[in-house]
Ligand binder design. Structure first.
Ligand SMILES: [Zn+2]
Length: 210
């Protein structure tokens, strides 16, 4: 399969990211294989190429947010079927520690961001991506692959901030800093979903107009 691979860090992605032919991954029993239809680009994907703030496993495939179609199932998988339209949930956590079992998997000491801290050659910018069943969610037919891939990481981040931590309530006023960022744009929509009044900031007029 084709994959976007880099083998060294550089400030300029075009210098180091190359399309390579690599083996289609072999599945673990709890994993599914996804034919990737769309992927989004997050800041951690750029940080990985830069090698800042952390070095990443090499050779590296970036990509935390993907959507696509399930094409193969590990033998323990029960909740998904071939042909399902799915989106990735890129937080890999242990699921058995006290943080994970109390619903705070983001605070799991073993947490890894898929496509950023995983590897070698384990991320979403490839034709066939593999993930544990629990890190894959089905998407409705009326949601495009592009929309699904765009919302995964920023959507979870925004939801966690506004709903889980800030516990927004209808009628409140919510200030969204950086309203045109990925997290900000989803945050505006979540706050409106909760019937809040939204005030958003942005860095220039073009962003303000948007
Ligand atoms: Zn854990």
């Amino acid at each position: 399969m084709k994959a976007a691979v880099f083998r060294e860090h550089d400030k300029d992605p075009e210098k180091v990211v190359k399309i390579e032919d690599i083996e289609v991954p072999k599945l673990k029993p709890d994993e599914v294989l996804i034919k990737v239809e769309a992927a989004s680009y997050n800041y951690n994907d750029l940080w990985a190429i830069w090698g800042r703030p952390i070095k990443v496993p090499m050779p590296h495939i970036s990509g935390t947010d993907i959507s696509g179609i399930v094409v193969e199932l590990g033998e323990q998988v029960t909740s998904l079927a071939k042909g399902d339209r799915v989106v990735s949930h890129g937080n890999l956590s242990c699921r058995i520690c006290s943080m994970c079992t109390s619903g705070r998997e983001y605070d799991c000491e073993k947490r890894l961001v898929w496509g950023f801290q995983t590897g070698p050659l384990w991320g979403g910018y490839c034709q066939y991506a593999h993930l544990p069943e629990v890190n894959v969610a089905k998407i409705n037919d009326n949601i495009s692959f592009e929309d699904a891939a765009a919302i995964s990481m920023v959507g979870m981040t925004s939801w966690h901030m506004l709903v889980d931590r800030a516990r927004i309530k209808p009628g409140q006023t919510v200030l969204i800093m950086g309203g045109t960022s990925g997290v900000g744009m989803v945050g505006i929509q979540i706050a409106k979903l909760y019937d809040c009044t939204v005030i958003a900031s942005a860095g220039n007029q073009q962003k303000m107009d948007k």
